[in-house]
Design a protein around this ligand. Structure first.
Ligand code: SF4
Length: 309
């Protein structure tokens, strides 16, 4: 469920060890892939991590052309949708304890985490292991209503939703089957943030998108810059003060607006840096922004880091 939003950066080989997952095998690991996967996993105990990602992989119910799964080393995209426990699940939680990480995100490199067959079981297990952790979901929303009981087990959720217009939605996700965002917002008992990647297909719909989100009761919305080779050079200004929109603050160098009581953040990933621990589907555990070297097509990629509730 990665939508090109969190920035990863190159990591020095001196700062990481590279141990292949027992189940993945050494052949899957590219030279220089800065991941850790076998026990024991050693990290710098003084290092602080903002959050942790549990990454799922497998077939998805959308096919977004901007999906980060296209940029990730296929070795890190092994289908884990049927697995419990996940590969290196215990070792990963040990690390979260060591580093006092209290924010855990269920997300995916190339699939939606609600397609994971053991979603509720894993949430329950994590609650037992890390009782004070906050568990978040980053989803495309396609299964939210069908699995509303499980959806409500999370502490909060982000729904990635690019457009209310079916034609635009199809251009961006390759499906006309749209999640009912209004029903999700209305039905769920947990805070739901909407995340909208803004590109050439929906940039001219931003005003209408804000209006619709406001009408259906969305309280928090993030407009995200697409990732690409020219993104660093281009300003990302999907929204300007005026027309009911006022600048209300800054979050991690990103402007935050108030739109009729709805908080709207314009997420410019090149200005945003966070630290994270990631459990990949093959059992690899990364200690920093490590998809950089896992990527076969680019040197940088990005994932959501906005963890405000
Ligand atoms: S919905 Fe599926 S295809 Fe689209 S970005 Fe998320 S994981 Fe990729």
């Amino acid at each position: 469920m990665k939508h090109s939003t969190r920035r990863f950066r190159r990591v020095s080989a001196k700062r990481t060890r590279r141990l292949p997952s027992k189940r993945a095998g050494r052949d899957h690991m590219k030279p220089g892939t800065p991941t850790l996967s076998a026990r024991p996993v050693h990290t710098d105990h003084s290092q602080q991590y903002d959050f942790a990602n549990i990454l799922f992989a497998g077939p998805c119910n959308q096919r977004c052309f901007y999906c980060i799964g296209h940029q990730v080393d296929p070795a890190l995209n092994q289908n884990n949708l049927d697995e419990f426990p996940l590969r290196n699940q215990d070792a990963f939680v040990d690390l979260l304890r060591q580093h006092h990480v209290r924010q855990i995100v269920f997300t995916g490199t190339n699939t939606d985490p609600q397609l994971y067959r053991h979603e509720a079981r894993l949430i329950g297990w994590l609650r037992g292991q890390l009782p004070d952790a906050q568990i978040s979901l980053h989803t495309n929303g396609q299964l939210a209503l069908d699995k509303i009981k499980v959806f409500n087990l999370y502490d909060r959720a982000t729904v990635s939703f690019p457009s209310f217009d079916p034609d635009t939605f199809e251009k961006m996700t390759s499906t006309r089957q749209m999640p009912d965002l209004a029903a999700i917002v209305r039905t769920t008992r947990i805070p739901v943030k909407v995340s909208c990647l803004v590109n050439e297909h929906n940039a001219d719909q931003v005003d209408e998108f804000l209006t619709r989100c406001h009408e259906i009761g969305v309280r928090r919305l993030v407009l995200r810059q697409p990732y690409g080779p020219t993104s660093r050079r281009h300003a990302f200004v999907p929204l300007k003060p005026g027309a009911g929109c006022t600048l209300s603050g800054v979050y991690r160098n990103n402007p935050v607006y108030d739109y009729r009581g709805m908080e709207v953040t314009c997420w410019r990933f090149f200005r945003t840096v966070s630290t994270a621990l990631d459990l990949f589907s093959d059992g690899s555990i990364s200690t920093e922004y490590l998809l950089t070297r896992a990527s076969s097509r680019s040197n940088e990629t990005q994932i959501d880091t906005d963890l405000r509730g």
